[in-house]
Ligand binder design. Structure first.
Ligand SMILES: Cc1cc2nc3c(=O)[nH]c(=O)nc-3n(C[C@H](O)[C@H](O)[C@H](O)COP(=O)(O)OP(=O)(O)OC[C@H]3O[C@@H](n4cnc5c(N)ncnc54)[C@H](O)[C@@H]3O)c2cc1C
Length: 271
């Protein structure tokens, strides 16, 4: 049987570039060079610069693959200089998907911060694709300012979907902002789900993961129902290089989504 080389990126054209915030951009690629399930990630290559891991932000059921990327360093700055029609490389999928079968008939409580909305969008769209399978989907999302809210162009439409409840918070704003102010935990005071069985899924920067996890544990979610995107230090994507080792887990192979039950005994899991 022919073996597909896991290190070989598939050249794929950038079809459309959509600025989401001053630092975050969505890249819509032409077609689906890889198939994936929500929660899995891919390595994106910027020719001549290098590659980095990103979770698709599009639905696994869409016809084009999308990534929503924050500009932080070498690869992401290189990506930001590309234009529609330019070619990037994609390899994957890697990691384990969300166990959507365990989410059936449940209320699903999604919490995101900053660019962490990107992987959560893919999950959200996968859930919405089979919305009747789930009781209700809650999204709680925090950004620095209203300008930093990713997908503000799409959220009004999502809010119209039956059994979808979205609440946003920003840290700083002027009077034009009608919602709450503060960090994301400010909107986690009341959690209107059945805490004994509901899954909660969190993605965001490490400090946010830490404080949100504390809040969700305190609220009463079962540790095995708290799903966290662990994305630090990843390199090869296939469990070979050892960079993303977390206790007995490789974030790339066993994650990137791990439960609080998996990692709670590890010293400082969020650094
Ligand atoms: C499984 C997985 C999925 C991911 N999905 C996404 C995604 O959907 N969208 C996305 O934008 N990113 C995502 N990331 C993060 C992304 O991989 C990094 O932002 C990227 O590797 C940075 O590469 P770079 O070469 O541009 O920066 P580097 O040159 O490697 O880093 C430059 C500097 O930026 C800092 N830095 C790196 N990442 C971040 C960050 N996320 N926030 C703040 N500072 C940072 C580094 O500590 C370093 O100081 C994901 C990471 C993993 C492991």
């Amino acid at each position: 049987m022919e073996t597909v080389n896991p290190y070989y990126p598939i050249p794929t054209k950038i079809k459309k570039i959509i600025p989401e915030t001053p630092t975050i951009t969505t890249y819509i690629l032409e077609g689906m060079p890889i198939t994936f399930d929500a929660g899995q990630f891919a390595e994106l290559t910027v020719p001549g610069i290098g590659e980095a891991p990103f979770t698709p932000s599009s639905s696994p059921y869409a016809k084009d693959l999308e990534f929503t990327v924050m500009k932080v360093g070498r690869v992401t700055q290189g990506l930001s200089k590309l234009n529609e029609g330019d070619v990037v490389g994609v390899r994957g999928p890697f990691g384990k998907p969300y166990p959507l079968n365990k989410f059936k008939d449940r209320e699903i409580y999604i919490v995101g911060g900053g660019v962490g909305f990107a992987p959560l969008r893919s999950l959200f769209l996968a859930l919405v694709h089979n919305i009747k399978d789930y009781k209700k989907i809650f999204i709680r999302y925090g950004a620095r300012t209203p300008k930093d809210v990713v997908y503000s162009r799409l959220i009004p439409e999502w809010q119209k979907i039956e059994n979808v409840d979205i609440l946003l918070v920003v840290e700083r704003s002027d009077e034009s902002w009608k919602g709450k102010l503060g960090v994301v935990t400010v909107i986690l005071d009341e959690i209107p789900v059945d805490l004994k069985v509901s899954p909660t899924i969190v993605c965001g920067p490490p400090l946010m993961l830490k404080f949100v996890t504390q809040r969700l544990v305190e609220a009463g979610f079962k540790h095995e129902n708290i799903y966290l995107s662990m994305e630090q230090n990843m390199s090869c994507g296939i469990g070979k290089c050892n960079h993303c080792r977390l206790g007995k887990f490789y974030e790339c192979k066993d994650g990137p989504v791990l439960t609080w039950a998996d990692i709670k005994d590890i010293e400082e899991p969020f650094v």
